[in-house]
Ligand binder design. Structure first.
Ligand SMILES: [Zn+2]
Ligand SMILES: [Zn+2]
Ligand SMILES: [Zn+2]
Ligand SMILES: [Zn+2]
Length: 306
């Protein structure tokens, strides 16, 4: 049975989709002072009622007593006043939160990069600067440093393990979105009717033009980094799965579906005025900078943000 804290957290967050960008009604960014901002929202676990918009978090802005090293909860969807109040209450009773989540939460496949415990239980802390650098709460709290990681790095706190979207085998195929040298991208639907883009990369050992296993391994590492890269300006990667069939390997990557197509088709379809075009360029720069800071170089940016 879930503890009361974990079931309350599920009530607050569980319906949140990871790619949702919304106006956070009633929230004010404590750095740029934007109200009801349209972006991801970061909420400090240490300061009382302290929110930052995605842009201010990514550009490392702070104000008041808030420090860059304070762990931040990432909130995708706009929360109702009741849910916000409930979340504040949970955060204020931090000892209870830690004790109760430690009994229930298991972050499958994760490893604390400092004490090497695996899987991480309770609360997971992810460094927002180091690549794939997760910590358990105890190591984070001890302020221990490891290789390039410093205790002053900004971090994101995960209060609940991420749910799998769905089994790739249960997806309904809704047609092709695009093709490439190594596979295609198809529009798919989950049993809950949510639409996604599914990229399939086929590794065929008998075909010289096919990707090698070594290339695929580096591709997997990149996908792993991307699934935990959060930015409202970058197309969300959810998960990847591999299947072997007829001597070939099929690598599936489930991604956010962009209804308006690529930036190219979007700009052809919709006429933007000068201000929106200027904003679009700023968003492009923001997405590219976010990826480069994480040593990722070839990703898709989110045209929905313009
Ligand atoms: Zn801001
Ligand atoms: Zn703070
Ligand atoms: Zn640890
Ligand atoms: Zn770090």
């Amino acid at each position: 049975m879930d503890s009361s804290v974990v079931s309350k957290l599920k009530e607050i967050f569980d319906e949140s989709r990871l790619d949702v960008v919304e106006h956070h009604k009633g929230s004010v960014c404590q750095s740029c002072e934007r109200k009801d901002f349209y972006d991801f929202r970061y909420k400090c676990l240490e300061c009382n009622n302290y929110d930052l918009c995605g842009l201010c978090f990514e550009t490392r802005r702070t104000s008041k007593d808030h420090k860059l090293s304070h762990p931040m909860i990432l909130v995708f969807k706009s929360l109702s006043p009741e849910k916000n109040q409930l979340l504040d209450q949970i955060i204020q009773e931090k000892d209870k939160l830690l004790k109760e989540t430690a009994k229930i939460n298991i972050f499958e496949g994760s490893e604390c990069k400092i004490c090497k415990v695996s899987p991480i239980k309770g609360i997971k802390i992810k460094c927002d600067i180091c690549i794939n650098f997760d910590m358990c709460w105890d190591c984070f709290g001890s302020g221990e440093e490891h290789e390039k990681h410093s205790k002053d790095h900004p971090t994101v706190v995960f209060l609940l393990p991420r749910r799998n979207i769905c089994d790739i085998k249960s997806l309904e195929d809704c047609g092709e979105l695009g093709g490439g040298q190594f596979g295609d991208v198809r529009l798919v639907k989950c049993p809950n009717n949510q639409q996604y883009a599914l990229k399939t990369i086929i590794v065929d050992p008998t075909d010289k033009k096919s990707l090698s296993d070594a290339n695929m391994k580096s591709c997997h590492n990149e996908v792993q980094g991307l699934t935990e890269l959060y930015s409202s300006t970058i197309v969300k990667y959810y998960e990847s799965q591999t299947e072997e069939k007829d001597g070939k390997k099929y690598h599936y990557i489930l991604m956010e579906y962009m209804q308006n197509g690529s930036l190219h088709t979007f700009l052809k379809k919709i006429k933007l005025d000068k201000l929106r075009r200027f904003n679009l360029v700023l968003l492009l720069i923001r997405g590219i900078r976010r990826m480069h800071k994480k040593d990722l170089y070839t990703r898709i940016l989110n045209p929905k943000m313009c």
